[in-house]
Design a protein around this ligand. Sequence first.
Ligand code: ANZ
Ligand code: ZN
Length: 798
Amino acid sequence: MKSFDHAEIEPKWQKKWEEDGLYSVQEDTSKDKCYVLDMFPYPSGAGLHVGHPKGYIATDVYSRYKTMRGYNVLHPMGWDAFGLPAENYALKNKVHPEQSVTENIARFKEQLHKIGFNYDWSREINTTDPSYYKWTQWIFVKLFEKGLAYESHEPINWCPSCLTGLANEDLDGNACERCGSTVEKKPIRQWVLKITDYADRMLEDLEDLPWENSVKEAQRNWIGRSEGAELEFRVKNQELGIKVFTTRPDTLFGATYVVLAPEHSLVAQLLENQESRITNQDEVRQYIADTQARTEIERTAEGKDKTGVRLEGVTAINPANQEELPVFIADYVLANYGTGAIMAVPAHDERDYAFATKFNLPICEVIAGGDVDKEAYVGGGELVNSGEFSGMSVDEASLAITKHAGGELVVRYRLQDWVFSRQRYWGEPIPIIHCEKCGPVAVPESDLPVTLPDVESYEPTGTGESPLANIDEWVNTTCPKCGGPAKRETNTMPQWAGSSWYYLRYIDPCNDTELVAKDKEAYWSPVDVYVGGMEHAARHLIYARFWHKFLYDLGTVSEKEPFQKLYTVGLIMAEDGRKMSKRWGNVINPDDMVERMGADALRVYEMFMGPFGQSIAWSTDHMVGARRFLERVYGVQEKVAEDGETNELLLHQSVQKVGHDIESFDFNTAISQLMILVNDMEKRTSVAQREYEVLIQILAPFAPHLSEELWEQLGHTSSVHREPWPTYDESVLAAAQVTIAVQVNGKTRGTFSAAPTSDEATLVAEARKIGSVAAHLDGKDVKREVVVPGRLVNFVVG
Ligand code: ANZ
Ligand code: ZN
């Protein structure tokens, strides 16, 4: 069999495509547009491993397919290069971050080039480029002008190793996501963005987004909206009140004690100002100290043994019935949620139940329906033991009891305002000038960007100030408002700033008078398909949606939401099943693989390895299989003849299925179909040129180099990537369809039609898409899939 030399073919075509500007794109109102976007990478020092390109290959296949379908496709790439990872790398390797970023970008770019992507590099962006971050700063100025960026001195998360404040989104539990150190709470001056003002809109608009449910759920949880009430319990014989937040004001008559978070300011007040009243001060102080050593995760872990200390001598009064209740501090109540204090209703809350049982506190049933001698009853029902409110339903009573107790209905979010300043060097300077007379003043638009100055030492200072604070000639300036002496803000923006709006800049990357021109924005927005890692569900995707909505309010963008479809890419694990990491020495470098077997083989393999969203271990053997498949495509060439044999039905089926599967990101089953087609061609003594050409066309998105080569050898002078996607004849297909029954545990839950040749993976994937089947599989563990080709799929669930 004839073989092909990828080392010759691939660079040849990459060069030609670049020379011809094959992938550069302009607005063209005569065509429908399709904007396909990858989450852009941090150009880290380690370079790409084979896991990175998986998402990029998918968008490349998809965007090539869309181009063939006649769309005007935007598929850009750029670099997210500010922030801690780049800076920490630079510090470790003792080079200036600007230099290491430049080197790393060059390396990444070269690696991407080798894989043959169709990016329009004329639109490349880099978040550390002043002409880019001018607009990041411009957005900040607008936020400031609208009162959505403010200064605060609240204690925030502080990483003692990275020496900077961090947002909640930068934590892994209670540890710094970058270095793993346990974070502390430290009061420092900081800039904060009022993301909570957009929380409700982010939740509402989530409903209509066609995203995967898991991502939507992660966002809902992160935003964590709770409707409830704030009620005040007076402290007996003192001029003090304890405000509690509860989602169940209807259970107020069942409150049998009150709990404060150990860090609650009232505890300190009670200890200091009213010393005589707490009689067990030592015990209380000891408990507070012990709590500080525990992380939030440890404190709130389900089933954890409940601990706490009673504040002896302090009594709270239930605002509903004036009953006197003991007051505790306990670590299961967190200081930074709600009001940092709760009314405990052991009969109807599991945590309170566990605590009350341990401390021998009364359990008073106020909602009928459970057996509170055995466990907390958290369901609904009719009120009992609740005075005049007995007999009401939970919903009715919530408002009535809140009113009766003088409380108010409130909405609380888990989401907190975004701590937006970092005491580090490698970020966008925050464009604010502090004037003694005028206070903080925004840098006028005409003076943007505020460029990051060169410093001798860019190491973090640890003092709560950024290294920029040491550069007097940069810091000292004049106030844009009054012309008096003033100082520049020296904090920089967090990692996430530049990535919160970058997709807009690709649309108009060189515009120096506007963030993005209105007509271009109107043409390309929104992003049609966005692909990236699940780890961004609650971070980048929340920040970007927030900024986008703000820009929408400003009139800068025309769409409420930035990203239409969203696909999350499954990780590629190492061959040993672990995460690929330098530490384990199991990293596979795509360059090596491309060198050995070619970019097309890498592309086909990564798309064939399994369902796109699933995490799967790398196998070099399987990549060899992908290479062999391409050899076979190449080999069939020898049988091609003008009037060679045909298999009309299979060809139509393949055109339909491959297109359909690319559209829905089922790349693995698209490739199975290509394999079926190639098998069939191999069995024939000759293959009609017309059919072989169709094979090359529908293979082109996956294996762009080999397809281009074969296309040329067939005598074509223009690129296969400019060909229209082949058409198929519905009537030919319809005549040959079979009906497949779909069962769950043997019960038929739906049917669909498919080609009789469909393979198992395809049938299973199609079967899962049927609504009534999906409903029966939801939340269940599928133990086995029984497939009878041409007839039936049965899911066996546990
Ligand atoms: C009384 C009650 C009775 C409650 C009942 C629940 C059930 P979500 O849904 O997460 O918002 N809570 C309030 N603040 C807290 C804090 N700082 N730390 C720990 N727990 C806190 O939860 C709200 C409920 O969690 C509140 O409603 C409160 O307990 C508790 F049958 O109040 B509940
Ligand atoms: Zn001033």
